[in-house]
Write a protein of this length. Structure first.
Lengths: 246, 223
């Protein structure tokens, strides 16, 4: 496949960025998208040019490091996959591919396509955990968990925190991410003890960091590589109301 | 944006927005019921009686204050939330978003803005006359504004009627998204009942604006 890439290049957080066009030839349709970028970078290095910086780690779709906005969609044209699991067969020979970093005020660009997603870490630090005292591990079956809640909690816990929900949302809202983290604990007995404090603190931090508000377009759900459901947002709203009122 | 009000959480603001929106939707049904009295061939007797009741009943007057406060607060919250949303993405994407979402869900602030402009015109044509802020020569023998004839005179103007019809179509789109979004914001999302809520919202968003749209058609084509 012969492709034309338009890639956002930005020297550092303070510099102004611009799109740079790179022609790329003889790319196998069986390449992953990140492998295609690796090939481009090898060519750039051979020409003693600066390689394109982009986030990646496991390349198995589970770490949540990929953060590429490809042709108007986070993680590209395939559904329910991360950019590392996207393959070039999803594109056609002669295509122009525009690659941008996530755009959101709380996700500043560090360099090229790499953005700082530590805003998510700050939200998690506010309450995305359960406090467990040190000591011997408790017998897991001492606390019974219903099958349905167990499944729903596991579904919510599947969120890998990649930020595609923020990137896709027209408001750069982080509601799907935060609601998944709130839900995975709210659904389990172990999470009940700190439930009220958790939701209040995580929502407050989300707002302070400058994420937008949810306007129920559900673009987040549509683009989530782990198929996190919008029902988590409703659950978080319920949790928040109860925490505030009761 | 550091005042106490702006520090209300995003969810609190949205919950208020949802409650007020649902309250306004209830009012819209009451308003439609009164407007449909215009269709009776009684020289406006029912409509005038309903308008007189709404204008003089003390319980209605109390609700009216709540209605105006709710409406202003709904608009104000909508603007605040939208400004915050614009601020959350200072650098836009070069390629516009291609995510498959309901088309008009992205344009609620614009459909809401169009409805607001219409409401201001509506107030000038009707409510401000009632308050005596705008003069209109159509008066009943009791010295009250004759809203039946005021409405009739407006609806026989084709341009006014067309704008009226178009704006209620826009309102229909606004309500279709707003109804299901309000319940989602209030935490009501259930695999079984959410479908019913969405269908009812669509039914409401078609039937209620259609009820309003029938009135200019009646005056333009039948009367």
């Amino acid at each position: 496949m012969d492709l034309t890439l338009k890639i956002w290049r930005q020297k550092d957080a303070k510099s102004a960025g611009k799109f740079v066009t790179y022609p790329l030839k003889n790319i196998s349709p069986n390449c992953s998208f990140l492998e295609m970028l690796d090939i481009l970078n090898e060519q750039l290095i051979q020409k003693t040019e600066e390689p394109v910086v982009f986030d990646h780690d496991c390349r198995e779709g589970i770490c949540g490091m990929c953060s590429l906005y490809i042709n108007g969609r986070p993680h590209g044209p395939d559904d329910a996959v991360t950019a590392c699991q996207l393959h070039m067969r999803k594109f056609s020979n002669g295509d122009t591919i525009v690659i941008e970093p996530w755009r959101a005020r709380p996700f500043p660009v560090i360099k090229d396509l790499m953005v700082d997603r530590s805003a998510f870490d700050k939200i998690i630090q506010e309450g995305g955990y359960i406090s467990v005292n040190t000591g011997g591990a408790a017998e897991a079956n001492n606390i019974l968990v219903g099958r349905e809640n167990s499944e729903l909690a596991m579904d919510a816990a599947a969120c890998i925190g990649c930020g595609a929900c923020v990137a896709a949302c027209k408001n750069a809202s982080a509601m799907l991410f935060v609601s998944a983290k709130v839900s995975q604990f709210a659904l389990l007995p172990q999470g009940q003890v700190e439930a009220k404090q958790r939701v209040k603190k995580m929502v407050r931090m989300m707002d302070e960091l400058g994420f937008g508000n949810c306007t129920n377009t559900y673009a987040c759900e549509a683009e989530c590589p782990k198929l996190i459901s919008r029902s988590n947002i409703a659950r978080m709203n319920r949790e928040f109301m109860c925490a505030k009122v009761i | 944006m550091n005042s106490t009000f702006f520090r209300f959480s995003s969810i609190t603001k949205k919950i208020w927005m949802a409650f007020l929106g649902l309250f306004l939707m209830i009012f819209l049904v009451v308003h439609l019921g009164i407007n449909l009295c215009l269709l009776r061939n009684d020289g406006g007797a029912w409509f005038s009686a309903a308008a007189h009741f709404m204008g003089t009943n003390y319980i209605v007057k109390v609700f009216e204050i709540g209605l105006f406060a709710g409406f202003i607060f709904h608009v104000f919250l909508g603007i605040i939330l939208q400004v915050q949303n614009w601020m959350a993405r200072p650098v836009r994407y070069m390629v516009s978003n291609k995510t498959d979402t309901p088309f008009l869900s992205k344009y609620m602030i614009y459909t809401g803005g169009i409805v607001l402009i219409f409401l201001i015109l509506h107030f000038i044509n009707f409510y401000f006359i009632k308050l005596g802020w705008v003069f209109n020569p159509n008066m009943t023998p009791d010295g009250e504004p004759d809203f039946y004839h005021i409405a009739k005179q407006l609806f026989v103007i084709p341009a006014y009627s067309i704008i009226y019809i178009l704006l209620f179509i826009v309102l229909g789109f606004h309500l279709n998204q707003a109804f299901q979004a309000a319940w989602q914001t209030l935490g009501i999302n259930h695999p079984q009942y959410t479908t019913c809520i969405r269908r009812f919202g669509t039914f409401y968003a078609i039937v209620v604006p259609l009820g309003f749209i029938i009135i200019p058609f009646y005056f333009l084509l039948i009367r």
